[in-house]
Every structure is written in structure tokens, then in C-alpha cells.
Design a protein around this ligand. Structure first.
Ligand code: GDP
Ligand code: MG
Length: 421
């Protein structure tokens, strides 16, 4: 059985959804089995604060909680125990998928009994932060759900489905209008009830040929390994169920939503304002323009090392063509200059929260190109760019994204055969 996790190597929005979708499509072709589902696609963290965009057969699917594999026929999708689920948004997401012709039924979709629920009171509390400009919260109530989980007062999916039990738990917390509040979720309870599964049993008896864990956000937002305190409330770098291989996805530049709490050393100057529209850099969930920067080698190397990533994939190489069009140079950040010293490698001193605010990027420049990939040949300047990154990161890109569609990828054959695809 192949067992791999797809993990964001940067600040999220690296294009993980597309890579997951590509691998699932290949696995379905290889392992098609009409009696049972051959692929298991699960998420282990995050919630409605994430957003994946998947483009298949001319259709664009915007997913927030449901794994990318839902758009395929022979894949079972699981919302796993480390997630924070918003039941109201989940209903909307299911409805939107069904309107786009994707059936969401218990034979292809399940929700772990142990996942924690994000409820209206979490969201109301978070919205207060969301409205403050530049705050990194998506206003989705994730932090509040995580806080209740750690505080042992969270409501898990299995409890959410039992309205009497949920009333009892909330009453113990001196919650007001408990019955009314719990009853306001009656529709969600009725619709979601059929998706309740034991995640433990799914893994114990799985029999899937291909298991693919799908991360949300990225390692630099990891609760433990990210740029604390500018992090998310879960562990994008720590998949559950011990996948055998980890694939880190890196956008070939950098983007970041909300940088109030998180220094963005390689951030571009005003040039980024010319790139938001052509590069589509607006949050899938928040719709806010993302901050854009140059590829940060120091952070990327750290991400690879800190969770021991096996493979790396690069996305959005084609988008860099636009720099050629507007006559701008292409850069990467190879070091941080702090107090007159250049740091080429992540350093323990960066953990102290004021240090990176004072770091300046050290850049290396590259020639740009107009067409990334023509008749199966990578443009020589694009090739030089990729090879230099590979040299600095000490790993080869096994996948290179050259367009938004899931088939617009340059794929390393050795990688594919190692995965048995
Ligand atoms: P995720 O959260 O990591 O799955 O990434 P998002 O879906 O939030 O953002 C990635 C965006 O880039 C999506 O709109 C993708 O369709 C798009 N994308 C992914 N890979 C490529 C690529 O290689 N080229 C281009 N042009 N777009 C890409
Ligand atoms: Mg995203």
C-alpha cells in the first residue's frame, strides 16, 4: 500500500489541492477497483480556514473542509480527528459540490467521530478579530475551537450528533439558551449524521491501495514548528496515521495571508500590487489579497529539514512568465541579513519573536522567460532557476506545476514509479 502525505512547505496556498488531485487521478487509474474504493484521501488538521482550488475537466471546485479527492469517483474522503469542523459551512460545501454534479454520499465521504466542531460562539468571538485590519485570523473560529479542545470543553462530532448530550455538556458550562442553540443545528445534525465513521476502523481494516493525507496551510504556520506566534492552531507539519512518505509542496515564489504576527522577510516591494490580479493571489476563504514575496530558500530548507520531507514539488512556475512581460527581474531570497550578519540557514535565534522583524533579505537574481514549457521542453532560463533552487535545497523537484489544471505538471518518472503509479 502506498501511503503519502501532501504538506504545504510554506505559508499555505502552495497548490496542494492540485497535486493531491493529480496523484489521486493517477492512483485511481492504476488501482481501479469497481467493488470497493481504492483510494483513501483524508485531512488531519485545520478546518474552514483552509481553501483548496481544484480544476478538473474545465470545472473549478473551491473546497474548504472536504478533501480534494471528492471530485473523483473511486476515492473515499475522510475528515479526520485533528480537524475543526464547521457544520453549517460543511452543508454549504456539500450543496455547492452537488450543484456542480459531484455526489457526496456515505460510500465516498465520512467524518471522524473525534473531530471537533466549530460552533457559532467560536465564530462570533473570532469575527471580532477578523475585522481588525491585518489580523492573521480568517475569522472562522478555529483558534476558539482549538482552545476549547485543549480546555476539555469542546464538542466532538459524535457529541454534536446527540442533541441531548450536547445540551447537557453546554449546560455544565452555564451556557445560555442552550436548547435553542442546540436545536438551531437540527438540519446540520440530520444531514451529517449519515457520515459518522470510526476513523480507527477505517485505518485498521482499510484495504485501500493508495492512502493520501492532505494538509491544509503549511509548515511555517505549524503550531509547533511555524513562525510562532504567527501560526495556525493545528499542526500542518504533523500528519496523523504516520504516512510512510512526506511530499512538501512549494510555490515557486511566496505568498502569505495576514502577516501581522509573522515576519515575511522575502516580501516584495510595491511590485506585488501588479501581481495580485495576474497571479490570482486572493485568499480562497477570505478573498483578501495575499502578500507576495520571492521564494525564500532559508525558510524552505528549514521546512524540509524540520519534518524530514522526502519529496518536494514546485507549483506556479508558469506564473513567473509575467515578470518577463512587465520587464521585472526574478529573485530568490538566499539569506537573511540580521545585525550585519548573513544567515543562510534557519537559526535557533529566529525563534525569538523580535529577531526576524529586523531581518533583511539577501537576493539572488535570475533571467526571466516568456514561455515556460513548449513542446515538452522547459525554457532554459526556467530550467536554470529550478536547478539553482534544487542545488540550494538539496533536493530535486519531483513535480513541477506549469499551469492550474491538474495535468499541467512535469512529473519525475522515478518518483511515480517509487509510488507504484
Ligand atoms: P492549496 O490551498 O495549497 O491547495 O492552494 P490554493 O488552492 O489555495 O492556491 C493555489 C492556487 O494556484 C489555485 O488557484 C490553483 O489552481 C493554482 N495553481 C496550483 N498550481 C499551479 C500551477 O502550477 N500554475 C498555475 N498557474 N496555477 C496553479
Ligand atoms: Mg489554500
Amino acid at each position: 500500500m502506498v501511503d503519502i502525505a501532501i504538506i504545504g512547505g510554506q505559508n499555505g496556498d502552495e497548490g496542494k489541492g492540485k497535486i493531491v488531485e493529480y496523484l489521486i487521478n493517477s492512483a485511481e487509474k492504476k488501482f481501479s477497483n469497481f467493488l470497493t474504493k481504492s483510494v483513501l484521501n483524508y485531512r488531519w488538521q485545520g478546518g474552514a480556514n483552509a481553501g483548496h482550488t481544484v480544476a478538473v475537466d474545465g470545472k473549478i471546485f473551491k473546497l474548504h473542509q472536504i478533501p480534494s479527492g471528492i471530485v473523483r469517483k473511486n476515492t473515499y474522503c475522510l475528515l479526520g480527528k485533528g480537524m475543526f469542523l464547521n457544520p453549517r459551512k460543511l452543508l454549504n460545501e456539500i450543496k455547492e459540490l452537488e450543484e456542480q454534479g459531484i455526489k457526496v454520499t456515505p460510500d465516498k465521504f465520512g467524518i471522524s467521530s473525534k473531530a471537533h466542531m466549530t460552533l457559532d460562539y467560536h465564530i462570533n468571538d473570532d469575527q471580532a478579530y477578523f475585522n481588525l485590519e491585518e489580523h492573521s485570523s480568517t475569522g472562522s473560529g478555529i483558534k476558539q475551537t482549538a482552545r476549547d479542545k485543549a480546555d476539555r470543553i469542546g464538542i466532538r462530532f459524535i457529541e454534536f450528533l446527540d442533541s441531548d448530550l450536547m445540551i447537557k455538556i453546554l449546560k455544565e458550562r452555564n451556557f445560555h439558551n442552550t436548547e435553542q442553540f442546540v436545536n438551531s443545528y437540527q438540519k446540520e445534525r440530520e444531514i451529517l449524521d449519515k457520515f459518522l465513521v470510526s476513523e480507527d476502523e477505517i485505518f485498521a481494516n482499510c484495504g485501500f491501495d493508495f492512502v493520501i493525507a492532505e494538509g491544509a496551510q503549511g509548515i511555517m504556520l505549524d503550531l509547533d514548528d511555524g513562525q510562532y506566534p504567527g501560526i495556525t492552531s493545528s499542526n500542518p507539519g504533523l500528519p496523523t496515521h504516520r504516512p510512510k512518505k512526506l511530499l512538501g509542496v512549494f510555490k515557486l515564489y511566496c505568498s502569505s495571508v495576514g502577516i501581522k504576527d509573522r515576519p515575511f522577510v522575502s516580501e516584495m516591494d510595491e511590485l506585488q500590487n501588479k501581481l495580485h490580479v495576474p497571479w490570482g493571489e486572493f485568499g480562497t476563504t477570505t478573498k483578501k489579497p495575499r502578500h507576495i514575496g520571492w521564494f525564500d530558500v532559508v525558510a524552505a530548507k528549514y521546512s524540509i529539514d524540520v519534518i524530514q520531507i522526502d519529496y518536494i514539488g514546485g507549483t506556479c512556475l508558469d506564473k513567473l512568465e509575467y515578470l518577463h512581460k512587465i520587464g521585472e527581474k526574478l529573485k530568490i531570497c538566499i539569506a537573511y541579513e540580521i545585525g550585519g550578519q548573513n544567515y543562510y540557514k534557519w537559526d535557533v535565534s529566529f525563534d525569538k519573536r523580535n529577531v526576524l522583524w529586523n531581518a533583511k533579505p539577501v537576493f539572488e537574481e535570475f533571467e526571466t522567460w516568456d514561455k515556460t514549457y513548449v513542446n515538452g521542453v522547459l525554457n532554459p532560463n526556467a530550467k536554470k532557476y529550478i536547478e539553482r533552487l534544487e542545488e540550494l535545497l538539496g533536493k530535486k523537484f519531483v513535480l513541477l506545476g506549469i499551469g492550474p489544471k491538474s495535468e499541467e505538471l512535469i512529473v519525475d518518472n522515478k518518483f511515480v514509479s517509487e509510488l507504484g503509479l
